[in-house]
Design a protein around this ligand. Structure first.
Ligand code: Q9C
Ligand code: ZN
Length: 602
């Protein structure tokens, strides 16, 4: 399997090199998107039209970088999904004109029906009761195959094995994984993945890795969907939502309802690579990006709802583009819609989930997520990121940013400062979890944990997009620690990371942890090493600031420089002292009671 994957990566690398050359003509590609280029082109501004030559409109052959088995899988899927796209375009009109009051069919009968059931579940059960007592809502329970319609017509998995979706009667309480090929279509029109490291191959590779290692067959595959414009507006402004949530095709319909106003004349920057976008990172494909960015959000929402409701043990969302930099009205750093933030809001609004913890271990600060919950005490945001005194992208995330108003203390920035010499690695991340992340998280006691799981802190990512040397394995161990929270209701969502080996290794480690598969142990060297001086300084500062809001961190202010082994020994000693004290006090009480009996009259 390893060897196969290695070959696949090699092949992919070679093909990436040639991407510029292999742009083929539309006619040769029967599988090109079924949205009608002729109609769409009319909608584009003159400026964009000039950019969209025949060659530029044509994307590199989809799936060309995949292993054969995955190829089959996805191709079958493409067919049905492309049909959906046109259907769903109609829904936008319904949602935006909002005449129906309720959400349009885009949200789907599944969500609408189950949403009510979920809400009832949470209210009745006083939030997240033990999972064994959970009764699946009607839409999730055993249903005859035919009754499920198109959402169940899933492709057969490679090797003749039926995929989980072909067995609608079996719903296992296991790790859910969500992935959808719609997200592959968000690609710069220049087609050069070297210029744009946030490319489709990232999630294709992770999906293949989970298949090839057999991990996927231990999981339940969840079908994604595009988030509705209404859902996106739980975090983003209406203008921002329409700007990035619509394509020329459905905008035409919206236009005819005279509701779009300034959206009709979208403006993007022309990029040096020949494509268009907000900036060179945050590229836009006028034909396909809106579907992709809405799919990324909808996939995470679907997965997280099932985990929060107790239908799945936990989950891993293989989604792109990432979201944590996206602010209310700003797209940046590859991000358009903040999937994790939207999901947290929807869990609260539709499922009555009380407290959500968001842990963000992408190497970059999640400025969008911080902004979305800055004055909200019901969502605790903890980010570990390279900060370097504001000199690392996006520049925000100072330790002093602790939240505002009622949200003071509910924003925790572990802002690594001091560059990469010495490098920040496993020991530093594990120490941060030991002294800051896990104590605060336990004290907060969340109902659900969402993880902005970027893997750009993994070794293999060089400055300026990384520079740290955390191992993939370490992320498995961090995941396992988070699973001690919220009754195990933990959902990871891919954010950044572009080194394919690194993000595949890390995804594999995290999914293994979620499945409670035995993890590769951390090296003894890691357990015996002390965190580096810059990390200790960073953690001292965080503890000094956050101890005003979280009393639990105070006890870690000393001993930050300990290795994990030393800390472990200290904890054992502490525990022994505590029980010895308890014994002493029990002894004292008994003695007192005995003395009292002796002196009391019969
Ligand atoms: N000129 C994520 O990992 N590059 N985003 C900044 C400045 C931004 C990374 C270049 C990298 C964004 C989700
Ligand atoms: Zn990042």
């Amino acid at each position: 399997m390893q060897q196969q994957h290695q070959q696949f990566l090699e092949k992919q690398k070679q093909q990436q090199l040639q991407l510029g050359k292999i742009l083929t003509k539309t006619g040769e590609l029967p599988r090109q998107p079924t949205t009608h280029p002729e109609e769409t082109e009319e909608e584009l501004t003159e400026q964009q039209e000039a950019l969209l030559g025949e060659g530029a409109l044509t994307m590199p052959r989809e799936g060309s970088t995949e292993s054969e088995s995955t190829q089959e899988d996805l191709e079958e899927e493409e067919e049905e999904e492309e049909e959906e796209e046109v259907e769903e375009d109609d829904d936008d009109c319904i949602q935006v004109k909002d005449e129906e009051g309720e959400s349009g069919p885009d949200e789907g009968p599944d969500l609408e029906e189950s949403s009510a059931a979920y809400k009832k579940l949470f209210t009745d059960a006083q939030q997240l009761q033990p999972l064994q007592v959970y009764q699946a809502p009607l839409s999730l329970a055993t249903v005859p195959h035919q009754a499920l319609g198109r959402t169940q017509s899933s492709p057969a998995a490679p090797g003749g094995m039926k995929s989980p979706l072909d067995q609608p009667t079996k719903h296992l309480f296991t790790t859910g994984v969500v992935y959808d090929t719609f997200m592959l279509k968000h690609q710069c029109m220049c087609g050069n993945t070297h210029v744009h490291p946030e490319h489709a191959g990232r999630i294709q590779s992770i999906w293949s890795r989970l298949q090839e290692t057999g991990l996927l067959s231990k999981c339940e595959r969840i079908r994604g969907r595009k988030a509705t414009l209404e859902e996106i507006q739980t975090v983003h402004s209406e203008y921002h939502t329409l700007l990035y949530g619509t394509s020329p095709l459905n905008r035409q319909k919206l236009d005819s309802k005279k509701l779009l106003g300034p959206i009709s004349q979208k403006m993007y920057a022309m990029l040096p690579c020949g494509g268009i976008g907000v900036d060179s990172d945050t590229v836009w494909n006028e034909m396909h990006s809106s579907s992709a960015v809405r799919m990324a959000v909808g996939c995470l929402v679907e997965l997280a709802f099932k985990v929060a409701a107790g239908e799945l043990k936990n989950g891993f969302a293989i989604i792109r583009p990432p979201g944590h930099h996206a602010e209310e009205s700003t797209a940046m750093g590859f991000c358009f819609f903040n999937s994790v933030a939207i999901t947290a809001k929807l869990l609260q609004q539709k499922l009555n989930v009380g407290k959500v913890l968001i842990v963000d271990w992408d190497i970059h600060h999640g400025n969008g997520t911080q902004q979305a919950f800055y004055s909200d005490p019901s969502v605790l945001y903890i980010s570990l990121h390279r900060y370097d005194n504001g000199n690392f992208f996006p520049g925000s995330g100072a330790p002093e940013e602790v939240g505002g108003g009622p949200g003071v203390g509910y924003n925790v920035n572990v802002a690594w400062t001091g560059g990469v010499d010495p490098p920040i690695g496993d020991v530093e991340y594990l120490t941060a979890f030991r002294t800051v992340v896990m104590p605060i998280a336990h004290e907060f006691s969340p109902d659900v944990v969402l993880v902005s799981a970027g893997f750009d802190a993994v070794e293999g990512h060089l400055s300026p997009l990384g520079g740290y040397s955390v191992t993939a394995r370490c992320f498995g161990h961090l995941t396992r620690q988070l699973m001690t929270l919220a009754g195990g209701r933990v959902v990871l969502a891919l954010e950044g990371g572009h080194d394919l080996t690194a993000i595949c290794d890390a995804s594999e480690a995290c999914v293994s942890a979620l499945l409670s598969v035995e993890l590769q142990p951390l090296d003894e060297a890691v357990l015996q090493q002390k965190p580096n001086i810059n990390a200790v300084t960073t953690l001292e500062k965080v503890i000094e600031i956050q101890s005003k809001h979280w009393s639990c961190v105070q006890r870690f202010a000393t001993g930050l420089g300990c290795s994990l082994r030393e800390a472990q020994a200290g904890e054992t000693e502490e525990a022994e002292t505590v029980s010895a004290m308890a014994l002493l006090s029990v002894g004292a009480e008994q003695a007192q009671a005995a003395a009292a009996r002796e002196h009391s009259p019969r």
